[in-house]
Ligand binder design. Structure first.
Ligand SMILES: [Zn+2]
Length: 419
């Protein structure tokens, strides 16, 4: 009896193998592997109503699809129509604070990032997605910049209504998703704006752009968006893009930090920067965000020490040290270097007066920064053009401890300035 059952089981298995084999040969297999338009619960897939969601749904899985994914989809979809670009266009850059720190109420926003990436085809890997650092309660926003036309579309979701849909999603996800998809873009986004942000245009017609700055056409993110976008269009290296993501914009101060890093890599290298360098920022400015990104010398890693210089202390600096920026010490070799940034030359090259830097009442402040950003791009491979060594020194573990500590002016300790 058992033998007979075994025999017939073997026959059944053999028949199945033959059938599947035949099906594979005749091509039925490809049909059976094709995505169905039904979910596992048997409900019709949202993709059958919105085929544009296919890539996103395939990527995140229909059972995980969230309104937060959909807001990214909606932003990308609208921008693609406004700018007239196809998926994965290498000429387009997406910028957003989604998925970093910014939240909508209690909801983190990383899923919106997937919505943007899977819909637009713009990604970190392709170097055309800038994910900017903003505070936890900063508004969620998206921007898309086309480097051929220099047009930029900005979208900012209406937070309260988005939060309502996210709340609803917890109890009735399917209805929340479907109702959200039915909304018009104008109901989802509090702001949808399109502007041409070509750097030449902004530099040549500053008054016209100043009006847009004051009107906050991009929700107050104008400076972040037009600096990063225009420099990306010029061929910003990817590590610089990562530096800009942390700092939220590109300014001459940040670029000076990138150049200091390049200079130190060449002239004072370390095999293990995070564990070998002590970096003293004296005085600190935007540059130090570049240094912590490139060398992993964060404050929290106890590798960056920040010392402010008062107006009086700055005035007391000798001429050769008046542009002092950072002290780098290698704790393995007990050697150190003090570096400076040639602000005067940087202003000269931009052919604009240095007083504009702090003139925040007019268009001068952003105009000067944009012009300097562009001029400084020429020096990315030649940091010596603007970075210089003020002093090289040999130190001891005891002195390093002192240089780092509260109440000590390291420039006095190293004999660069008088107490
Ligand atoms: Zn800055």
């Amino acid at each position: 009896m058992i033998k007979r059952i075994l025999k017939s089981s073997i026959l059944v298995v053999l028949a199945t193998v033959l059938f599947v084999g035949a099906a594979l040969i005749t091509g039925c297999a490809s049909e059976s592997l094709a995505p169905t338009s039904e979910t596992t619960t048997g409900e019709a897939s949202i993709v059958s109503d919105y085929p544009g969601l296919t890539s996103l749904v395939d990527f995140v899985g229909e059972e995980n699809l969230s309104v937060m994914n959909l807001v990214g989809f909606k932003a990308a979809d609208r921008a693609m129509k406004e700018l007239g670009f196809e998926k994965s266009d290498p000429n387009v850059l997406a910028l957003t604070d989604a998925g970093y720190i910014a939240k909508i109420g209690e909801y983190t926003t990383e899923k919106a990032l997937d919505g943007v990436v899977m819909t637009s085809g713009l990604s970190r890997g392709k170097g055309n997605l800038a994910n900017l650092h903003k505070a936890y309660n900063y508004p969620l926003w998206f921007a898309f910049f086309d480097k051929t036309s220099k047009d930029c579309v900005y979208l900012e979701p209406e937070s309260e209504s988005l939060k309502d849909y996210l709340d609803r999603e917890k109890t009735d996800r399917d209805a929340a998703l479907r109702d959200f998809m039915k909304l018009k873009d104008e109901e989802i986004f509090a702001m949808i704006a399109k502007e041409n942000i070509d750097a030449d245009r902004l530099l040549d017609n500053p008054e016209a752009w100043q009006e847009k700055m004051l009107a906050k056409v991009f929700g107050g993110n104008e400076f972040s968006i037009f600096t990063i976008s225009n420099l990306w269009a010029m061929g910003l290296p990817n590590d610089f893009l990562k530096v800009a993501e942390l700092h939220d914009h590109i300014c001459p101060g940040l670029t000076s930090g990138y150049l200091i890093a390049e200079y130190v890599i060449k002239h004072f290298p370390a095999s293990d920067p995070r564990n070998e360098y002590i970096v003293i920022a004296i005085p600190p400015w935007c540059k130090d965000d570049a240094l912590i990104q490139i060398f992993e010398t964060n404050v929290g890693h106890k590798r960056l020490f920040v010392k402010w210089l008062t107006k009086e202390q700055k005035e007391a600096l000798p001429e050769e040290a008046k542009n002092v920026a950072n002290i780098f010490i290698n704790t393995k070799t007990n050697k150190g270097i003090v570096v400076g940034f040639d602000w005067d030359k940087a202003f000269e090259e931009a052919e604009l007066p240095s007083e504009w830097l702090k003139d925040f009442e007019t268009w001068h402040w952003w105009n000067l920064r944009l012009k300097m950003d562009i001029c400084m791009m020429d020096h990315l491979d030649n940091p010596e053009a603007l970075i210089f060594t003020i002093k090289e020194f040999t130190t001891t573990p005891e002195q390093i401890e002192k240089l780092k500590s509260a109440g000590v002016n390291p420039l006095v300790e190293l004999g660069i300035m008088k107490p």
